[in-house]
Write a protein that binds this ligand. Structure first.
Ligand code: PSU
Ligand code: MN
Length: 310
């Protein structure tokens, strides 16, 4: 260890299962915690987090749910900590800008895609599965609301598996920004860029791959090239769980109008829209959401396994 590491104030707390996996060089899949605290209502948030972890295990990898608890980065949460986080009120939502502040204040917070990528890299975890990433919001030409997730994908070498981006975002602009930032956007098993609840956004993904082993190989190749960022793997929701976008479009428009009318800004925007959508769809969106996260967890595990074979 170098001097600077010895004097670093940072300490990662590894869960027992993750510590054992690290010792055995077994495949590990990182999972985020903002989806638990800000992305789904209780109790489905905790139930989903648990079955997603089980899906990773069933696919032959070890899940590492990441969160900051009382000023420490946890890589892997035990059942009690997961349940407590899922029921806690007013947990902070941590993106790149917030992480150091939360740790210095010894506070608790849930990690977004951006913050989870930062923590996963520190823990040596190269694959991360979630539901949807943040992106360019509708009306960004006025609000400038562009998620820090996109910039994180450009600078932190973690392969992120998501079901594309939600239609609460401006998908063409999101793809343009990812292209500008040099982030590979790779649709898995199809040509179309998926749109979260639906398999086809109507936009073509810039890249396509059909084999987790090739995804692992291109991750390695980026590292070998000295390229700093990660890859976005856009994995379409299973056909049986898809919701036609025509059903959701009016609800998204309504939620969007409410956000504008109520002056919702900054990091409150995404949680507000997700919460309103769940309510407006009478929970219909939730089972699809759960199915796609499970699907991403399985693909994440397959990629993580391929990385350890490499
Ligand atoms: N999109 C979803 N579900 C989520 C999120 C995004 O479909 O739970 C969460 C993720 O944690 C993501 C964050 O990183 O919201 C993006 O927030 P913002 O737009 O404020 O960057
Ligand atoms: Mn934002």
């Amino acid at each position: 260890m170098t001097q600077s590491q010895n004097t670093s104030p940072l300490r990662l707390r590894f869960g027992a299962e993750v510590a054992a996996a690290r010792a055995a060089a077994a495949p590990i899949v990182a999972l985020e915690s903002t989806i638990i605290t800000h992305g789904m209502p209780w109790p489905q948030n905790v139930e989903t987090a648990e079955i997603v972890e089980d899906a990773v295990r069933a696919a032959g990898a070890v899940p590492a749910t990441i969160a900051v608890l009382e000023g420490e980065i946890h890589i892997g949460l035990d059942a009690a900590r997961l349940r407590a986080l899922g029921q806690a009120k007013g947990v902070a939502k941590l993106s790149r800008a917030d992480l150091a502040v939360c740790l210095a204040q010894r506070a608790t917070g849930a990690t977004t895609v951006a913050a989870t990528m930062i923590c996963a890299r520190l823990a040596g975890i190269e694959v991360f599965a979630t539901g949807g990433i943040g992106g360019v919001h509708r009306g960004a030409e006025d609000s400038f609301d562009i998620s820090a997730d996109l910039h994180e994908l450009a600078q932190t070498p973690v392969t992120v598996v998501a079901a594309g981006a939600k239609a609460i975002l401006d998908l063409p602009k999101t793809l343009e920004v990812l292209e500008t930032l040099g982030v590979p956007v790779i649709a898995f098993g199809q040509d179309a860029f998926p749109a979260f609840w639906s398999r086809d956004s109507g936009l073509r993904a810039p890249l396509r791959m059909d084999d987790p082993a090739i995804i692992a190989a291109s991750h390695r190749m980026r590292v070998a090239l000295g390229l700093p960022g990660g890859q976005l793997i856009a994995n379409p929701i299973p056909l049986a769980d898809e919701i036609p976008s025509i059903d959701l479009a009016p609800l998204i428009a309504a939620a969007q109008a409410e956000a504008v009318a109520q002056g919702i800004k900054g990091k409150a925007v995404t949680p507000f829209l997700l919460d309103r959508l769940f309510a407006l769809s009478q929970g219909r969106s939730l089972s699809a959401n759960i199915a796609l996260v499970l699907n991403n967890a399985r693909l994440g595990a397959a990629i993580a396994k391929a990385m350890t074979k490499g």
